[in-house]
Write a protein of this length. Structure first.
Length: 162
């Protein structure tokens, strides 16, 4: 198979970051990467552009590292308790999803994208649940949240009767 060596102008998941030299199949380069202006061919004429991209990438990585460290610090200080309606035996009416967690973290001052919160399946039971939050390609943070029952009339009636 024919391979073409390209310089990436934008990061592409599972291929490389901006400024990386990658070898891809000729058809992928010709039909997708080059027309979308995501990559350029590696030539001596492009050497200055390659150096510029690498310098920008290093500066951006330093900035992102500082931002990630700030988010990690905030996440370690947050105690996440999510009240939900539940039956007396602890079964939830509904579940706690990524959207609920994102909303809670936004209110706590940690704006994250839904894709960064790695919740395998919605929480459907009371108690402490552990998840991972992917802050960037290299950094994942363990995060715990607790699902507790709301004080609702149904619970009060069952407590009074029991």
């Amino acid at each position: 198979m024919a391979a073409t060596e390209l310089l990436l102008l934008k990061p592409i998941e599972k291929l490389g970051r901006e400024g990386d030299r990658v070898k891809v199949r000729a058809g992928y380069a010709r039909n997708y990467l080059l027309p979308q202006k995501i990559a350029i061919p590696v030539t001596r004429a492009n050497q200055k552009q390659m150096d510029s991209l690498l310098k920008k990438r290093e500066e951006r990585l330093i900035r992102e590292l500082a931002e990630v460290e700030a988010i990690v610090e905030k996440l370690t200080k947050i105690s996440c308790v999510i009240p939900v309606k539940s039956a007396p035996e602890g079964r939830l009416f509904g579940s706690v999803t990524v959207t609920d967690l994102q909303k809670y973290l936004d209110e706590a001052g940690v704006p994250l994208d839904r894709k960064q919160i790695l919740l395998k399946r919605p929480a459907k039971q009371l108690g402490v649940h552990s998840i991972k939050i992917k802050l960037n390609a290299q950094k994942e943070v363990d995060f715990s949240f607790e699902v507790v029952t709301e004080d609702n009339d149904f619970d009060k009636k069952t407590k009074d009767e029991g």
